[in-house]
Write a protein that binds this ligand. Sequence first.
Ligand code: NDP
Length: 297
Amino acid sequence: MSAALIDGKQIAEQINTENAAEVARLKRDRGLTPGLAVILVGDNPASAAYVASKDKMCARLGMHSEKIALPSATAQAGLLAMIDRLNQQENIHGILVQSPTPKQISEEAVFAAIAPSKDVDGFHPLNVGKVALGDPSGFVPCTPAGVQELLARSGVAVEGAHVVVLGRSRIVGRPVSLILSQKARNANATVTVAHSRSKGLAEICRSADILIAAIGVARFVKPEMVREGAVVIDVGINRVEDPTAPKGYRLVGDVDFDAVKEKAGLLTPVPGGVGPMTIAMLMRNTIRAATMRCGLA
Ligand code: NDP
């Protein structure tokens, strides 16, 4: 039996329709336009494409956006000074620095420099702590928030389910494991976090009702790692060479999609699964930052 697919594009579109309505309401009732600043350091083409799509989405939703491109030789002090200016800027409610940054810049220093109230990526230690504690006033990182929303809007019962998260990064694995185990709506799961040092990975994965793959290894999850009928969420975005593709490469996930779809009950494609959700949740976090700033939330 072939798995049903979760259409992340369509679900993200629903959220963006809600986002646009909220932006219109804030403008009409409060004279408030949510604003996002995105800083790109260097000329990584994939990062430039991500920044352009965030900028475009802001325009589509009627939000204010500022795209700041800095040369790859930018010193850390210069970037921190730019963040400080944006922290003070009234019409900017959310700030993000596109990852990865050049090696002379410490991402930890960048995360800590962004005002927690404008940290719409949710990487500032204060927001990380709030999410760990289950304090809803914190900003949840966008990809984990997108995974949770995708599950909820697909009617997947997370409460009481055994969720296995493959990966423990600050950006995806760790926060998704924290939010799904919280005592909260669309959560209350029993969560196992697995990583590169885990023993018996296939067996751990097979015990999952919901398997979330976020490791960055193309097609790593094979059918023998998936229980029949399980829900499989593929966060991975990996480039693999493909001379037949227009750009000479193709994007694939961390799940061997063609093989696993014969075993899973519900599965996200790559592209078109988690990816579009990330940007929708970024917009949602920015709108929330604007409303919080004005004491409306
Ligand atoms: P990181 O490289 O930061 O983390 C990878 C994690 O996977 C680590 O915890 C690592 O373990 C674990 N890991 C790596 N190899 C293995 C293995 N063979 N077996 C078990 N565990 C392993 O990656 P990210 O979390 O940033 O990203 C993961 C994937 O998600 C990437 O493909 C990335 O492109 C994608 N991504 C997609 C987004 C979206 O919007 N859809 C957004 C962000 C990321 P250890 O800790 O032991 O090193």
